[in-house]
Design a protein around this ligand. Sequence first.
Ligand code: NAG
Ligand code: NAG
Length: 454
Amino acid sequence: MANPLFLFLLFLNVAAAPRAGADGADPCAGRRIYIRHLPPRFNADLLRHCGADAFPLADASAAATSAPPCESLANHGLGPRTHPRSRSWYRTDARLLEPFFHRRILERDCLADDPARADAVFVTYYAALDALPYVLDPALLDASARHGEELAGFLARDQPRILSRRQGHDHFLVVSGSAWDYAQSPGEGPRLWGTTSLLRRPELANFTFLTVESRMWPWQEHAIPHPTSFHPATLPHLRAWLARARRSRRGTLMLFAGGVSRPSRPNIRGSILAECANRTDACAVVDCSGGKCSHDPGRYMRAMLGAKFCLEPPGDTPTRRSTFDAILAGCVPVFFEDLAARRQYGWHLPPARYDEFSVHIPKETVVFGGVRIAETLEAVPEAEVRRMRKRVLEMAPRVLYRRHGSTAELRGAGKDAVDLAVDGVLRRIRRRTCAQDEGRPERIYAMEDDSVEM
Ligand SMILES: *[C@@H]1O[C@H](CO)[C@@H](O)[C@H](O)[C@H]1NC(C)=O
Ligand SMILES: *[C@@H]1O[C@H](CO)[C@@H](O)[C@H](O)[C@H]1NC(C)=O
């Protein structure tokens, strides 16, 4: 057992700003980020307009699916605590990842004051919040191709050297949504409801967008985990939760938390609902339709703690927040296609290790091949389920968003979703700027496998 004084010194060291190592190496080399501050209309003002009159487009009857209510802004976007005495659980609205990520970058080490000395430039634009008028107001539908135009104009006008130095290749920002929703072609055809063309703006073409879901060929964006409701600030709080998940009694074989309306065409979600209706002995369903679950983690977390496997079928898009809730709960995720996670979150969950912490059942075999999910999962030996649960809980700290202002002890214990996203984006930008420096522009967009090994 390490003695307490040693631990104290260790944590003190982690908390202090990085100093030169014994060998005189610069601890911030290759890791300096310049924060590109923007006029408030690109960020802070968007938050002030959370009320019913300012996002008049917010439809109260569909509150969970339109604009986030003001109370979600508490705690830098984590939302209010689920309960006055709860320490780590919040009613987090996923769309407020932008201000939260901004807050976390601000408290990071290795920030550069001088953009010319920075390795990367973080653009403090709240893109998905700025998109709300376009996606909620029918009158603005035809203007949605212009999302990002104002930002591009500002960056080109104000201190233009910051942008031109690397032709935008060193710039990155967060978009708390699916890349698909921001990648509509600006030119042809009628505008698609609920989408903009932010990722198609030529002026922003070289930026890296961190989105909660990427497209099939994501040379422009990279996926980072959907935020969940668990945001511990201390190591004991994190450990207490993981211990609870480890010890939890799991009487349910499998759980589906999601929309419960039967789809009209045969698909995997329909097959799951049909099978669960038949196999009430093995399958539990938590009704999350109409956004019922989005601000209420208690609704599904308890059920996830009681299940061995959590079914993660694609919905409107391939990925779902529920995957990350399941990982936190130690509920082994069951995927039905690789786009659901394996081909998305390579910076956070090593693709080569999916077989150790998840189950893959191709959706075609279920929908058209007569494969029964419950029978497949019942056939997994109990020791194997336990092994997978152990692995999935080892992954949990990597996909959760630690609270801002966490203790040095927690920060020193391992990297969370923000830390790994920043590492990943720095790696990607370094590769691109090296290609520029070496005069090999064809390498800039090379789709190299940039996922982590563990
Ligand atoms: C993007 O990068 C390419 C290659 O470096 C460059 O030719 C192009 O001008 C850049 N685009 C913008 C809008 O800066
Ligand atoms: C449900 O049970 C019925 C009767 O046992 C069976 O014919 C049917 O195939 C089952 N459906 C599913 C989806 O398991």
